[in-house]
Design a protein around this ligand. Sequence first.
Ligand code: DGI
Ligand code: FE
Ligand code: FE
Length: 390
Amino acid sequence: MKDKIGIFGGSFDPMHSGHTKLAHYLLSKLELSSLIIMPAAVSPFKSETYSSDEDRLNICRLSLPEEQFVISDFEISRGGVSYSYDTVSFFKELYPEDEILFVIGEDQLLIFNKWRRWKEILQKVTLVAVKRNNCTPISELEDFADKNIRPFGKVIILPFEPFEVSSTQIRERQKNGESIEGLVSPQAQKYIAEKGLYLGIDEQLLLKDVRKRLSDYRYHHSVCVAESAKELAKRFGADEYKAYIAGIAHDILKEQPEEEAKSLFDKAGVSLSELEKRSKKLWHAIAGEAYLREKYSLPEDILSAVRYHTTGKGNMTLLQKILFVADFISADREYDGVRDMRERAKESLETAMEEGLRFTIEELSAKCLPIHPDTLSAYNQILLRKEKEI
Ligand code: DGI
Ligand code: FE
Ligand code: FE
């Protein structure tokens, strides 16, 4: 018996719930034996706000795991722009006995007769136009198809209740730190979070920059803090990827000459308090934030974790606390009591912070150095909260 095989192409960057809903609908409505999902090859010079071919394919596989969905890398491995004629021809040769149904959107139907070798495409496939929005009434689409396309081949126009989501929207939400729950499959959501996709972070460039700017020892420290932060994020339910990046980046300007920090403050319009002017050890966190914002446009939550990793502050976010504590317990740290501190951090971030802040305050007092008000706010807040609990 003749099988019906669908081909559903797109950029799928990433595949979202609208795509998966449509894929399931096509499978049942058209009684397909399989639906080939065809992510398009895209320019290799695209920016880091998009994801790699590998990631796009993996997200498709995770989003449509059922065996009737075949995730194809045909166009991606050919590279460059694929013409639908070539793709369709390949599959028609592969399945000469079967009916191939080629899925397009309604907007494409209206210009289908401008496509390259469109008449030849129609000789090989049944065209399926999915009506996605309410722009063009169905009668008009049918009319257009009757007049322009049907003389040359088969066209099915399928109404479909669209799911209001787009890949652009997902990329933007992800970049802004907003939830994408429900907009992609749960498996895809997990994958996107773990790999930090669509955050606009050029991880390789950042890592190279950190390596270049820091001594072996300080670079090693940064990697250890990143590992610790990731572990804490896992334990306390924060974004592991962001925690890792914050760790990698947190001391990026630790070894830069004072002059560079000063010029960064000027450029970013940062004005330091008297205390901050005197306490040069605090500069790397303040300048680090400005540098990472300007050069990498890292997400705000990562930037603020870097900004407050040395002093802490009142009302810290989970990510800020995680970086602050990770800096104390990373594998390279060797001070007396570091083991206890690591154990404490496993139980409670607050308790570890309290200990760390007390340690810093005592050390600074012993050296007659001023204590930053943010450090005191962080410390006092924890103590007062504890008192309330008692
Ligand atoms: O950069 P790291 O060495 O990994 O660690 P860090 O960013 O916590 O920096 C520690 C240094 O910062 C240490 O020399 C003490 C100093 N520091 C931390 N909190 C304060 C502070 N210095 C002053 N003056 N006031 C503070 O509140
Ligand atoms: Fe630091
Ligand atoms: Fe550090």
